[in-house]
Design a protein around this ligand. Structure first.
Ligand code: ADP
Ligand code: MG
Length: 352
């Protein structure tokens, strides 16, 4: 499929007000021309509104949308080199798969259109399905027809709002892989909205986390997971323990001590924080090491899950830590006292 390198999309201070409610609040973002970007956040945080502004279905209250040198902000949707795929897919039930995919290809001639449709069906692995009706397809196949149709006019940027939301779990994982593969093969920028952190991590080159209309952190999945900048981002991307304490004096190599009621621990400070500031030490369950130097805990519960054991640990003040380790990692029966530690680089110190 012909792939002319696309210019870069730039959102500048993009804001959308509904009355006095800031649905999208001063979002600034540069997208690489070939990147798979996921907008992640809870329901109502402004993801769809941001996507609709990029597509041209919503007029921004302020700010700009540029694609290369072109200012798209005031252009109607059909004049933008951008396409949007909706969650409902909105396929025409009375038309064949091929007619659905070729629907927007009027004006390029029958032969060229047919060749293009064949290319697109091959791209989404539906060759041979052109004569079928949408209602004879599985959910995942319908999703791929909608994807092919959205790509028919070679948008420079494809926007997808919860594209896998209608699929059940097994199909969803398979289709995630397909979506990723199609984006890789095309090299077109995709912006996908999702509220599912695992989906975002699986799909995205970079994730942008939204909270209350604001884009609060942008980065590669592993950076967001390992180095969240806030309690919100840490909790959004997976299970995490927060240990409260006060920040100790400056340590070496960016690591700092934190005084907790149960002992001192060390971590990496996410932001500039003053000595004595109330903080939370964020540690993932898989980074807690039973039996290592650290905080005293009693093993309150242990659940064997085959490849791992999930343990509930109780600190002396009754608060709970969740640990996830390999079954062979520690001999710590329920009811026994032990210590739990972690590598300083596995812990992030966040403002409380
Ligand atoms: P998300 O897609 O992240 O779930 P939305 O972008 O749909 O969130 O909505 C963000 C906020 O803006 C929500 O509080 C929603 O109720 C509000 N909102 C969205 N569309 C409209 C509209 N047309 N009129 C008024 N409020 C709206
Ligand atoms: Mg939405």
């Amino acid at each position: 499929m012909p792939g002319t390198p696309a210019p870069r999309l730039r959102l500048e201070d993009l804001t959308k007000l509904y009355g006095t409610h800031r649905a999208v609040d001063a979002v600034t973002l540069d997208l690489e021309p070939d990147e798979f970007f996921c907008l992640l956040g809870p329901s109502g945080c402004g993801k769809s509104t941001l996507l609709r502004m990029i597509a041209g279905f919503e007029v921004p209250s302020s700010g700009h949308i540029r694609l290369g040198d072109e200012n798209l902000t005031a252009l109607p949707p059909h004049r933008r080199p951008v396409n949007m795929m909706f969650q409902s897919y909105a396929l025409f039930p009375h038309m064949s798969v091929a007619s659905n995919v070729g629907y927007g290809l009027k004006g390029i001639g029958r032969v060229a259109a047919a060749a293009r449709v064949a290319d697109l069906l091959r791209l989404v692995r539906l060759d041979g399905f052109g004569d079928r009706r949408p209602d004879t397809l599985s959910g995942g196949q319908r999703q791929r027809v909608a994807l092919a149709r959205a790509l028919a006019r070679e948008p420079k940027l494809l926007l997808l709002d919860e594209p896998l939301g209608a699929l059940d779990r097994g199909l969803r994982e398979e289709t995630q892989g397909e979506l990723r593969a199609v984006q890789r093969r095309l090299g077109t920028a995709f912006v996908v909205v999702t509220h599912d952190p695992e989906e975002a991590m699986m799909l995205a080159d970079r994730i942008g986390v939204m909270e209350g209309g604001r884009l609060v952190q942008v980065g590669k999945p592993e950076v967001l997971y390992r180095r969240p900048a806030s309690r919100f981002v840490a909790g959004l991307l997976g299970d995490v323990n927060f240990i409260p304490g006060r920040l100790g004096s400056e340590g070496s190599g960016g690591e700092r001590p934190v005084r907790t009621p149960h002992g001192d621990v060390r971590g990496a400070a996410a932001t500039q924080l003053a000595e004595g500031a109330p903080v939370l030490v964020a540690v993932r369950p898989e980074d807690l090491v039973l039996g290592a130097d650290g905080l005293p805990v009693v093993v309150a519960d242990a659940t064997f899950l085959g490849d791992r054991v999930r343990r509930t640990l109780r600190l002396p003040d009754g608060s709970i830590l969740r640990a996830s380790g390999r079954p062979a990692d520690a001999d710590a029966p329920v009811g026994s006292w032990t210590h739990v530690g972690f590598a300083p680089e596995a812990a992030v110190i966040l403002p409380a």
